[in-house]
Design a protein around this ligand. Structure first.
Ligand SMILES: Cc1cc2nc3c(=O)[nH]c(=O)nc-3n(C[C@H](O)[C@H](O)[C@H](O)COP(=O)(O)OP(=O)(O)OC[C@H]3O[C@@H](n4cnc5c(N)ncnc54)[C@H](O)[C@@H]3O)c2cc1C
Length: 480
Protein backbone atom coordinates (compact mmCIF):
# COMPACT_ATOMS: atom_id res chain seq x y z
CA UNK A 1 0.00 0.00 0.00
CA UNK A 2 2.93 2.40 -0.75
CA UNK A 3 1.19 5.54 -2.18
CA UNK A 4 -0.47 8.56 -0.63
CA UNK A 5 -4.09 9.68 -0.85
CA UNK A 6 -6.34 12.46 0.37
CA UNK A 7 -8.66 9.87 1.96
CA UNK A 8 -8.60 6.15 2.61
CA UNK A 9 -11.92 4.42 3.30
CA UNK A 10 -11.88 1.03 5.05
CA UNK A 11 -14.91 -1.06 4.01
CA UNK A 12 -17.05 -0.93 0.86
CA UNK A 13 -20.49 -1.21 2.45
CA UNK A 14 -23.08 1.36 1.40
CA UNK A 15 -21.82 3.82 4.02
CA UNK A 16 -18.16 3.42 3.05
CA UNK A 17 -18.98 3.79 -0.65
CA UNK A 18 -21.16 6.89 -0.09
CA UNK A 19 -18.41 8.44 2.06
CA UNK A 20 -15.82 7.71 -0.63
CA UNK A 21 -18.04 9.04 -3.43
CA UNK A 22 -18.86 12.23 -1.50
CA UNK A 23 -15.16 12.96 -1.03
CA UNK A 24 -14.23 11.99 -4.60
CA UNK A 25 -16.89 14.35 -5.95
CA UNK A 26 -15.39 17.09 -3.78
CA UNK A 27 -12.13 16.57 -5.69
CA UNK A 28 -10.34 14.37 -3.12
CA UNK A 29 -8.14 11.46 -4.23
CA UNK A 30 -9.83 8.49 -2.56
CA UNK A 31 -9.13 4.76 -2.29
CA UNK A 32 -11.42 2.15 -0.67
CA UNK A 33 -10.03 -1.05 0.87
CA UNK A 34 -12.58 -3.88 1.15
CA UNK A 35 -11.91 -7.16 2.97
CA UNK A 36 -14.20 -9.27 0.78
CA UNK A 37 -13.67 -10.31 -2.84
CA UNK A 38 -16.67 -8.15 -3.82
CA UNK A 39 -17.85 -4.71 -2.71
CA UNK A 40 -21.22 -4.03 -1.15
CA UNK A 41 -21.18 -5.18 2.50
CA UNK A 42 -24.88 -5.48 3.34
CA UNK A 43 -25.91 -4.98 -0.30
CA UNK A 44 -24.69 -8.22 -1.88
CA UNK A 45 -26.55 -10.65 -4.15
CA UNK A 46 -25.31 -14.19 -4.78
CA UNK A 47 -26.42 -17.56 -6.16
CA UNK A 48 -26.61 -19.01 -2.66
CA UNK A 49 -28.69 -22.08 -3.56
CA UNK A 50 -28.82 -23.25 -7.18
CA UNK A 51 -27.59 -21.83 -10.50
CA UNK A 52 -29.96 -19.14 -11.80
CA UNK A 53 -31.35 -18.20 -8.35
CA UNK A 54 -30.18 -14.72 -7.25
CA UNK A 55 -30.49 -14.23 -3.47
CA UNK A 56 -29.94 -11.03 -1.50
CA UNK A 57 -27.41 -12.16 1.09
CA UNK A 58 -28.31 -9.31 3.48
CA UNK A 59 -30.55 -6.32 2.66
CA UNK A 60 -33.43 -6.81 0.26
CA UNK A 61 -35.99 -4.02 0.54
CA UNK A 62 -35.13 -0.34 0.30
CA UNK A 63 -37.59 2.26 1.60
CA UNK A 64 -34.63 3.89 3.38
CA UNK A 65 -32.58 3.85 0.18
CA UNK A 66 -35.25 5.59 -1.83
CA UNK A 67 -36.00 8.16 0.86
CA UNK A 68 -32.41 8.83 1.92
CA UNK A 69 -31.23 12.39 1.29
CA UNK A 70 -27.73 10.92 0.79
CA UNK A 71 -28.71 8.43 -1.93
CA UNK A 72 -31.55 10.41 -3.55
CA UNK A 73 -29.31 12.88 -5.35
CA UNK A 74 -26.40 10.59 -6.27
CA UNK A 75 -27.92 9.39 -9.53
CA UNK A 76 -28.00 5.65 -8.74
CA UNK A 77 -30.55 5.20 -11.52
CA UNK A 78 -28.11 6.62 -14.11
CA UNK A 79 -25.63 3.96 -12.96
CA UNK A 80 -27.98 1.02 -13.41
CA UNK A 81 -30.38 0.87 -10.44
CA UNK A 82 -34.01 0.21 -11.41
CA UNK A 83 -36.41 0.29 -8.49
CA UNK A 84 -39.28 -2.21 -8.56
CA UNK A 85 -42.36 -1.25 -6.59
CA UNK A 86 -44.61 -4.17 -5.65
CA UNK A 87 -48.36 -3.62 -5.65
CA UNK A 88 -48.36 -3.23 -1.84
CA UNK A 89 -45.33 -2.41 0.35
CA UNK A 90 -46.04 -5.03 3.03
CA UNK A 91 -48.29 -7.90 4.07
CA UNK A 92 -48.51 -9.04 7.71
CA UNK A 93 -49.88 -12.55 8.24
CA UNK A 94 -52.23 -12.18 11.21
CA UNK A 95 -54.05 -15.52 10.94
CA UNK A 96 -53.57 -18.21 8.27
CA UNK A 97 -56.57 -16.96 6.30
CA UNK A 98 -56.15 -13.24 7.09
CA UNK A 99 -53.31 -10.86 6.28
CA UNK A 100 -53.30 -7.14 7.02
CA UNK A 101 -51.80 -4.96 4.33
CA UNK A 102 -49.69 -1.81 4.38
CA UNK A 103 -50.88 -0.17 1.18
CA UNK A 104 -49.28 2.78 -0.63
CA UNK A 105 -52.06 5.11 0.54
CA UNK A 106 -53.02 5.77 4.15
CA UNK A 107 -56.71 5.61 3.25
CA UNK A 108 -56.48 2.19 1.54
CA UNK A 109 -54.52 0.85 4.53
CA UNK A 110 -57.10 2.29 6.93
CA UNK A 111 -59.92 0.72 4.90
CA UNK A 112 -58.31 -2.71 5.30
CA UNK A 113 -57.87 -2.32 9.06
CA UNK A 114 -61.57 -2.14 9.89
CA UNK A 115 -62.21 -0.46 13.25
CA UNK A 116 -58.49 0.36 13.58
CA UNK A 117 -58.52 2.37 10.35
CA UNK A 118 -59.24 5.74 12.00
CA UNK A 119 -56.38 5.31 14.47
CA UNK A 120 -54.01 4.40 11.60
CA UNK A 121 -55.00 7.61 9.79
CA UNK A 122 -54.46 9.66 12.97
CA UNK A 123 -51.00 8.13 13.50
CA UNK A 124 -49.73 8.33 9.92
CA UNK A 125 -51.77 10.98 8.07
CA UNK A 126 -49.84 14.10 9.07
CA UNK A 127 -46.43 12.40 8.94
CA UNK A 128 -47.07 11.26 5.37
CA UNK A 129 -48.38 14.72 4.41
CA UNK A 130 -45.13 16.29 5.70
CA UNK A 131 -43.17 14.15 3.17
CA UNK A 132 -39.40 14.36 2.81
CA UNK A 133 -39.04 17.35 5.11
CA UNK A 134 -39.99 15.08 8.01
CA UNK A 135 -38.10 11.93 7.00
CA UNK A 136 -34.98 13.97 6.14
CA UNK A 137 -34.95 15.36 9.67
CA UNK A 138 -35.18 11.85 11.15
CA UNK A 139 -32.55 10.33 8.85
CA UNK A 140 -30.12 13.23 9.23
CA UNK A 141 -29.95 13.82 12.98
CA UNK A 142 -27.24 16.36 13.86
CA UNK A 143 -26.32 16.81 10.20
CA UNK A 144 -29.05 19.17 8.95
CA UNK A 145 -31.29 21.88 10.36
CA UNK A 146 -34.82 20.65 11.11
CA UNK A 147 -36.95 21.67 8.13
CA UNK A 148 -40.44 21.01 9.47
CA UNK A 149 -40.33 21.42 13.27
CA UNK A 150 -44.08 21.21 13.90
CA UNK A 151 -44.54 17.92 12.01
CA UNK A 152 -41.38 16.58 13.63
CA UNK A 153 -42.60 17.49 17.12
CA UNK A 154 -45.98 15.87 16.42
CA UNK A 155 -44.24 12.74 15.07
CA UNK A 156 -41.81 12.66 18.01
CA UNK A 157 -44.64 12.78 20.58
CA UNK A 158 -45.74 9.30 19.47
CA UNK A 159 -42.40 8.08 18.16
CA UNK A 160 -40.67 8.12 21.56
CA UNK A 161 -43.27 5.73 22.95
CA UNK A 162 -43.12 1.95 22.81
CA UNK A 163 -44.97 0.06 20.08
CA UNK A 164 -46.87 -1.79 22.81
CA UNK A 165 -48.07 1.36 24.53
CA UNK A 166 -49.23 3.05 21.29
CA UNK A 167 -51.02 -0.14 20.27
CA UNK A 168 -52.86 -0.45 23.58
CA UNK A 169 -54.01 3.17 23.61
CA UNK A 170 -54.71 3.74 19.89
CA UNK A 171 -56.21 0.54 18.47
CA UNK A 172 -59.16 -1.62 19.47
CA UNK A 173 -58.80 -4.79 17.33
CA UNK A 174 -55.92 -7.16 16.52
CA UNK A 175 -55.19 -5.75 13.04
CA UNK A 176 -53.62 -2.33 13.79
CA UNK A 177 -51.40 -3.59 16.65
CA UNK A 178 -50.12 -6.52 14.56
CA UNK A 179 -49.19 -4.30 11.62
CA UNK A 180 -47.45 -1.74 13.86
CA UNK A 181 -45.71 -4.50 15.86
CA UNK A 182 -44.16 -6.03 12.73
CA UNK A 183 -42.92 -2.62 11.56
CA UNK A 184 -41.55 -1.80 15.01
CA UNK A 185 -39.77 -5.16 15.30
CA UNK A 186 -37.20 -3.83 12.79
CA UNK A 187 -35.80 -1.96 15.82
CA UNK A 188 -34.50 -5.34 17.13
CA UNK A 189 -35.65 -4.23 20.60
CA UNK A 190 -38.37 -5.52 22.93
CA UNK A 191 -41.63 -3.91 21.80
CA UNK A 192 -42.00 -2.45 25.29
CA UNK A 193 -38.86 -0.32 24.76
CA UNK A 194 -39.07 3.44 24.32
CA UNK A 195 -39.04 4.65 20.71
CA UNK A 196 -39.89 1.29 19.14
CA UNK A 197 -43.07 3.01 17.92
CA UNK A 198 -40.79 5.54 16.18
CA UNK A 199 -39.10 2.83 14.09
CA UNK A 200 -42.50 1.41 13.11
CA UNK A 201 -43.87 4.84 12.32
CA UNK A 202 -40.84 5.79 10.21
CA UNK A 203 -41.03 2.57 8.17
CA UNK A 204 -44.83 2.83 7.84
CA UNK A 205 -44.57 6.47 6.77
CA UNK A 206 -42.00 5.50 4.13
CA UNK A 207 -44.28 2.70 2.90
CA UNK A 208 -46.95 5.31 2.29
CA UNK A 209 -44.67 8.00 0.89
CA UNK A 210 -41.99 6.21 -1.20
CA UNK A 211 -43.03 2.53 -1.06
CA UNK A 212 -40.88 -0.46 -0.10
CA UNK A 213 -39.04 -1.12 -3.35
CA UNK A 214 -36.36 -3.60 -4.31
CA UNK A 215 -33.53 -3.17 -6.80
CA UNK A 216 -33.97 -5.08 -10.05
CA UNK A 217 -31.52 -7.98 -10.14
CA UNK A 218 -30.81 -7.70 -6.42
CA UNK A 219 -29.38 -5.30 -3.83
CA UNK A 220 -25.94 -5.81 -5.41
CA UNK A 221 -27.16 -3.35 -8.09
CA UNK A 222 -26.97 -0.58 -5.46
CA UNK A 223 -23.36 -1.43 -4.54
CA UNK A 224 -22.38 -1.78 -8.20
CA UNK A 225 -23.90 1.62 -9.01
CA UNK A 226 -22.04 3.27 -6.11
CA UNK A 227 -18.78 1.70 -7.32
CA UNK A 228 -19.42 2.86 -10.92
CA UNK A 229 -20.09 6.42 -9.72
CA UNK A 230 -17.01 6.33 -7.48
CA UNK A 231 -14.77 5.26 -10.34
CA UNK A 232 -16.33 7.92 -12.62
CA UNK A 233 -15.46 10.48 -9.92
CA UNK A 234 -11.83 9.33 -9.94
CA UNK A 235 -11.92 7.08 -6.85
CA UNK A 236 -10.37 3.60 -6.59
CA UNK A 237 -11.61 0.35 -5.04
CA UNK A 238 -9.34 -2.47 -3.89
CA UNK A 239 -11.06 -5.70 -2.86
CA UNK A 240 -9.69 -8.69 -0.92
CA UNK A 241 -7.71 -6.23 1.28
CA UNK A 242 -8.58 -6.78 4.94
CA UNK A 243 -7.21 -3.95 7.07
CA UNK A 244 -5.99 -5.24 10.42
CA UNK A 245 -4.18 -2.11 11.59
CA UNK A 246 -4.48 1.59 10.77
CA UNK A 247 -0.66 1.56 10.61
CA UNK A 248 -0.73 -0.52 7.41
CA UNK A 249 -2.68 2.16 5.51
CA UNK A 250 -0.91 4.52 3.08
CA UNK A 251 -0.53 8.16 4.18
CA UNK A 252 -3.75 10.17 3.85
CA UNK A 253 -5.29 13.33 5.26
CA UNK A 254 -8.31 11.36 6.45
CA UNK A 255 -9.16 7.70 7.13
CA UNK A 256 -12.86 6.81 7.23
CA UNK A 257 -13.73 3.43 8.75
CA UNK A 258 -16.91 1.60 7.73
CA UNK A 259 -16.49 -0.72 10.72
CA UNK A 260 -18.01 -1.00 14.19
CA UNK A 261 -16.37 0.13 17.46
CA UNK A 262 -14.89 -3.25 18.45
CA UNK A 263 -13.08 -3.46 15.08
CA UNK A 264 -11.85 0.14 15.30
CA UNK A 265 -10.39 -0.58 18.73
CA UNK A 266 -8.48 -3.57 17.30
CA UNK A 267 -7.32 -1.66 14.20
CA UNK A 268 -6.16 1.40 16.17
CA UNK A 269 -4.23 -0.45 18.90
CA UNK A 270 -2.14 1.94 21.02
CA UNK A 271 -2.94 4.82 18.68
CA UNK A 272 -6.39 5.13 20.33
CA UNK A 273 -6.47 7.34 23.43
CA UNK A 274 -7.45 5.27 26.48
CA UNK A 275 -10.43 7.47 27.37
CA UNK A 276 -12.02 7.08 23.92
CA UNK A 277 -11.29 3.34 23.97
CA UNK A 278 -13.11 3.03 27.30
CA UNK A 279 -16.13 4.88 25.86
CA UNK A 280 -16.19 2.65 22.76
CA UNK A 281 -15.89 -0.46 24.94
CA UNK A 282 -19.22 0.52 26.52
CA UNK A 283 -20.96 0.40 23.11
CA UNK A 284 -23.51 -2.43 23.16
CA UNK A 285 -24.23 -4.97 20.41
CA UNK A 286 -27.65 -6.57 20.12
CA UNK A 287 -29.31 -9.83 19.09
CA UNK A 288 -28.18 -11.69 15.99
CA UNK A 289 -30.14 -13.05 13.05
CA UNK A 290 -30.74 -16.50 11.63
CA UNK A 291 -31.42 -16.27 7.90
CA UNK A 292 -32.67 -18.75 5.31
CA UNK A 293 -32.84 -18.45 1.52
CA UNK A 294 -34.78 -20.91 -0.55
CA UNK A 295 -34.94 -21.92 -4.19
CA UNK A 296 -38.58 -22.89 -4.72
CA UNK A 297 -40.43 -24.88 -7.34
CA UNK A 298 -43.24 -22.29 -7.39
CA UNK A 299 -44.58 -19.23 -5.57
CA UNK A 300 -45.26 -19.51 -1.83
CA UNK A 301 -48.85 -20.86 -1.49
CA UNK A 302 -50.14 -18.23 0.96
CA UNK A 303 -53.54 -19.13 2.35
CA UNK A 304 -54.58 -15.48 2.03
CA UNK A 305 -53.85 -14.62 -1.63
CA UNK A 306 -53.46 -10.92 -0.70
CA UNK A 307 -49.98 -11.74 0.62
CA UNK A 308 -48.75 -12.23 -2.96
CA UNK A 309 -49.36 -8.50 -3.63
CA UNK A 310 -46.41 -7.53 -1.41
CA UNK A 311 -42.68 -8.25 -1.76
CA UNK A 312 -42.16 -7.94 1.99
CA UNK A 313 -44.05 -10.22 4.34
CA UNK A 314 -44.04 -10.03 8.12
CA UNK A 315 -44.85 -13.55 9.25
CA UNK A 316 -45.90 -13.35 12.83
CA UNK A 317 -49.52 -13.33 13.93
CA UNK A 318 -50.72 -10.96 16.64
CA UNK A 319 -48.88 -8.23 18.55
CA UNK A 320 -48.50 -10.65 21.47
CA UNK A 321 -46.79 -13.25 19.27
CA UNK A 322 -44.42 -10.70 17.73
CA UNK A 323 -43.68 -9.27 21.18
CA UNK A 324 -42.83 -12.69 22.62
CA UNK A 325 -40.50 -13.53 19.72
CA UNK A 326 -38.61 -10.22 19.93
CA UNK A 327 -38.40 -10.39 23.73
CA UNK A 328 -36.96 -13.90 23.55
CA UNK A 329 -34.12 -12.75 21.27
CA UNK A 330 -33.11 -10.00 23.71
CA UNK A 331 -33.38 -12.31 26.76
CA UNK A 332 -31.18 -15.07 25.36
CA UNK A 333 -34.10 -17.38 24.53
CA UNK A 334 -35.30 -18.97 21.30
CA UNK A 335 -38.87 -18.42 20.17
CA UNK A 336 -40.69 -21.58 19.05
CA UNK A 337 -42.79 -19.39 16.73
CA UNK A 338 -40.24 -16.82 15.54
CA UNK A 339 -41.39 -13.56 14.01
CA UNK A 340 -40.05 -13.62 10.43
CA UNK A 341 -39.10 -10.78 8.13
CA UNK A 342 -39.49 -12.24 4.65
CA UNK A 343 -39.17 -11.09 1.03
CA UNK A 344 -40.47 -12.78 -2.10
CA UNK A 345 -38.52 -10.81 -4.71
CA UNK A 346 -38.99 -13.19 -7.67
CA UNK A 347 -42.76 -12.52 -7.74
CA UNK A 348 -41.94 -8.99 -8.94
CA UNK A 349 -38.50 -9.45 -10.52
CA UNK A 350 -38.30 -12.43 -12.91
CA UNK A 351 -34.50 -12.03 -13.16
CA UNK A 352 -34.16 -13.58 -9.70
CA UNK A 353 -35.07 -17.18 -10.66
CA UNK A 354 -35.44 -19.46 -13.71
CA UNK A 355 -38.88 -19.37 -15.39
CA UNK A 356 -41.60 -20.81 -13.17
CA UNK A 357 -39.26 -21.03 -10.14
CA UNK A 358 -39.04 -18.63 -7.20
CA UNK A 359 -36.85 -17.38 -4.36
CA UNK A 360 -37.75 -16.65 -0.75
CA UNK A 361 -35.61 -14.71 1.77
CA UNK A 362 -36.42 -14.70 5.49
CA UNK A 363 -34.74 -14.15 8.82
CA UNK A 364 -35.62 -13.91 12.48
CA UNK A 365 -33.89 -12.31 15.44
CA UNK A 366 -32.04 -14.70 17.75
CA UNK A 367 -29.86 -14.17 20.83
CA UNK A 368 -26.46 -12.57 20.23
CA UNK A 369 -24.09 -15.26 18.95
CA UNK A 370 -26.76 -18.00 19.12
CA UNK A 371 -25.65 -21.36 17.72
CA UNK A 372 -29.15 -22.86 17.56
CA UNK A 373 -30.35 -23.99 14.12
CA UNK A 374 -33.69 -22.25 13.51
CA UNK A 375 -34.44 -23.94 10.17
CA UNK A 376 -37.29 -26.20 11.29
CA UNK A 377 -38.93 -23.48 13.43
CA UNK A 378 -38.76 -20.96 10.58
CA UNK A 379 -40.14 -23.39 8.02
CA UNK A 380 -42.94 -24.45 10.40
CA UNK A 381 -43.89 -20.79 10.85
CA UNK A 382 -44.15 -20.27 7.08
CA UNK A 383 -46.06 -23.55 6.64
CA UNK A 384 -48.60 -22.26 9.19
CA UNK A 385 -49.60 -19.42 6.86
CA UNK A 386 -48.76 -21.18 3.56
CA UNK A 387 -49.63 -24.89 3.76
CA UNK A 388 -47.64 -26.84 1.17
CA UNK A 389 -44.62 -24.50 1.34
CA UNK A 390 -42.20 -27.27 2.38
CA UNK A 391 -43.12 -29.36 -0.67
CA UNK A 392 -41.82 -26.59 -2.95
CA UNK A 393 -38.31 -26.42 -1.51
CA UNK A 394 -35.66 -27.29 -4.11
CA UNK A 395 -32.71 -26.08 -2.03
CA UNK A 396 -32.06 -23.96 1.05
CA UNK A 397 -29.12 -21.94 2.36
CA UNK A 398 -28.82 -20.98 6.02
CA UNK A 399 -26.73 -18.42 7.91
CA UNK A 400 -26.70 -18.09 11.68
CA UNK A 401 -24.86 -15.37 13.62
CA UNK A 402 -21.40 -16.94 13.15
CA UNK A 403 -21.86 -17.33 9.39
CA UNK A 404 -23.15 -13.74 9.20
CA UNK A 405 -20.04 -12.44 10.95
CA UNK A 406 -17.80 -14.58 8.74
CA UNK A 407 -19.53 -13.07 5.69
CA UNK A 408 -19.19 -9.50 7.00
CA UNK A 409 -16.96 -8.67 9.96
CA UNK A 410 -19.32 -5.82 10.93
CA UNK A 411 -22.06 -8.27 12.01
CA UNK A 412 -20.71 -8.80 15.53
CA UNK A 413 -22.46 -11.85 17.04
CA UNK A 414 -24.91 -11.64 14.12
CA UNK A 415 -26.01 -8.07 14.98
CA UNK A 416 -26.90 -6.56 11.58
CA UNK A 417 -27.55 -2.99 12.73
CA UNK A 418 -24.05 -2.00 13.86
CA UNK A 419 -25.02 -2.08 17.54
CA UNK A 420 -28.19 -1.76 19.63
CA UNK A 421 -30.28 1.22 18.50
CA UNK A 422 -32.23 2.00 21.63
CA UNK A 423 -32.91 5.62 22.50
CA UNK A 424 -29.57 5.93 24.32
CA UNK A 425 -27.45 4.53 21.47
CA UNK A 426 -29.46 6.44 18.87
CA UNK A 427 -28.33 9.64 20.55
CA UNK A 428 -24.85 8.49 21.66
CA UNK A 429 -23.72 6.56 18.59
CA UNK A 430 -21.05 5.36 19.20
CA UNK A 431 -20.31 8.01 21.88
CA UNK A 432 -22.14 11.12 23.07
CA UNK A 433 -20.79 13.89 20.83
CA UNK A 434 -22.00 16.55 18.41
CA UNK A 435 -19.41 15.10 16.01
CA UNK A 436 -19.89 11.34 16.57
CA UNK A 437 -18.18 10.51 13.24
CA UNK A 438 -14.89 12.09 14.38
CA UNK A 439 -12.48 10.31 16.73
CA UNK A 440 -9.69 11.76 18.88
CA UNK A 441 -7.17 10.15 16.48
CA UNK A 442 -5.69 12.53 13.91
CA UNK A 443 -7.74 12.36 10.71
CA UNK A 444 -9.56 9.14 11.71
CA UNK A 445 -13.37 8.98 11.34
CA UNK A 446 -16.06 6.32 11.72
CA UNK A 447 -18.62 6.17 8.91
CA UNK A 448 -20.55 2.91 9.50
CA UNK A 449 -24.04 2.19 10.83
CA UNK A 450 -22.51 2.40 14.32
CA UNK A 451 -22.83 6.18 13.82
CA UNK A 452 -26.06 8.21 13.39
CA UNK A 453 -28.63 7.49 12.15
CA UNK A 454 -27.81 3.74 12.44
CA UNK A 455 -28.64 0.59 10.45
CA UNK A 456 -30.16 0.34 7.00
CA UNK A 457 -29.09 0.97 3.43
CA UNK A 458 -29.33 4.75 3.30
CA UNK A 459 -25.72 5.89 3.18
CA UNK A 460 -26.50 8.68 5.67
CA UNK A 461 -23.72 7.66 8.09
CA UNK A 462 -21.16 7.72 5.26
CA UNK A 463 -22.44 11.01 3.90
CA UNK A 464 -22.41 12.69 7.32
CA UNK A 465 -18.89 11.41 8.06
CA UNK A 466 -17.59 12.68 4.69
CA UNK A 467 -19.21 16.07 5.21
CA UNK A 468 -17.60 16.25 8.67
CA UNK A 469 -14.23 15.57 7.03
CA UNK A 470 -14.82 18.28 4.41
CA UNK A 471 -15.94 20.82 7.02
CA UNK A 472 -13.01 20.05 9.30
CA UNK A 473 -10.53 20.15 6.39
CA UNK A 474 -11.88 23.55 5.27
CA UNK A 475 -11.14 24.86 8.78
CA UNK A 476 -7.77 23.09 8.86
CA UNK A 477 -9.01 21.00 11.82
CA UNK A 478 -9.27 17.36 10.81
CA UNK A 479 -10.23 15.00 13.66
CA UNK A 480 -7.77 14.49 16.45
C1 LIG B 1 -30.00 -10.34 6.78
C2 LIG B 1 -29.98 -8.84 6.67
C3 LIG B 1 -31.11 -8.20 6.17
C4 LIG B 1 -31.13 -6.82 6.04
N1 LIG B 1 -32.20 -6.22 5.44
C5 LIG B 1 -32.18 -4.91 5.17
C6 LIG B 1 -33.16 -4.35 4.32
O1 LIG B 1 -34.00 -5.06 3.77
N2 LIG B 1 -33.11 -3.01 4.11
C7 LIG B 1 -32.13 -2.22 4.65
O2 LIG B 1 -32.14 -0.99 4.44
N3 LIG B 1 -31.15 -2.75 5.42
C8 LIG B 1 -31.14 -4.07 5.68
N4 LIG B 1 -30.11 -4.65 6.37
C9 LIG B 1 -29.12 -3.78 7.05
C10 LIG B 1 -28.08 -3.20 6.10
O3 LIG B 1 -27.56 -4.20 5.24
C11 LIG B 1 -26.94 -2.57 6.91
O4 LIG B 1 -27.46 -1.72 7.91
C12 LIG B 1 -26.01 -1.76 6.00
O5 LIG B 1 -25.43 -2.60 5.02
C13 LIG B 1 -24.93 -1.08 6.81
O6 LIG B 1 -24.03 -0.46 5.93
P1 LIG B 1 -22.53 -0.14 6.34
O7 LIG B 1 -21.88 0.44 5.15
O8 LIG B 1 -22.53 0.62 7.61
O9 LIG B 1 -21.86 -1.55 6.70
P2 LIG B 1 -21.78 -2.90 5.89
O10 LIG B 1 -22.79 -2.95 4.82
O11 LIG B 1 -21.80 -3.97 6.91
O12 LIG B 1 -20.36 -2.85 5.18
C14 LIG B 1 -19.15 -2.93 5.89
C15 LIG B 1 -18.07 -3.34 4.91
O13 LIG B 1 -16.80 -3.19 5.54
C16 LIG B 1 -16.01 -4.32 5.22
N5 LIG B 1 -15.02 -4.48 6.28
C17 LIG B 1 -15.25 -4.76 7.58
N6 LIG B 1 -14.09 -4.84 8.24
C18 LIG B 1 -13.11 -4.59 7.34
C19 LIG B 1 -11.69 -4.53 7.41
N7 LIG B 1 -11.04 -4.75 8.57
N8 LIG B 1 -10.99 -4.25 6.29
C20 LIG B 1 -11.62 -4.02 5.12
N9 LIG B 1 -12.96 -4.07 4.99
C21 LIG B 1 -13.69 -4.35 6.08
C22 LIG B 1 -17.01 -5.46 5.19
O14 LIG B 1 -16.51 -6.57 4.47
C23 LIG B 1 -18.19 -4.79 4.48
O15 LIG B 1 -18.09 -4.89 3.09
C24 LIG B 1 -30.02 -6.04 6.47
C25 LIG B 1 -28.88 -6.68 6.95
C26 LIG B 1 -28.85 -8.08 7.01
C27 LIG B 1 -27.59 -8.77 7.42
Amino acid sequence: MGESWDAVVVGAGPNGLVAALTLARAGWRVVVYEANQHPGGGTRTEELTLPGFAHDVCSAIHPLGLASPALRDLGLESAGVTWIQPDAPLAHTLRPERAVMLERSVSATAAGLGVDGKAWTRLFGSAVAAGFSLTDSILAPLARPVAHPISLARFARNAVRSAESISRTSFCSEEGPALLAGLSAHSVLPLSAAATAGVGMLLGTLGHSVGWPMAQGGSQAIADALVTLLIQAGGELRCAQRVTSLQQLPPARAVLCDVTPVQLIAMAGDQMPARYRRSLQKFRYGPGVFKLDWALDGPVPWQDPQVARAATVHIGGTLDEVRESELAATQGRISERPFLLAAQQSLFDPSRAPAGKHTLWAYCHVPHGSEIDMTSRIEAQIERFAPGFRDLILERHSMGPAAMQAHNANYIGGDITGGVTDLRQFVARPVASVHPWATPMKGVYLCSSSTPPGGGVHGMCGSAAAHSVLRHAAKGQLAG
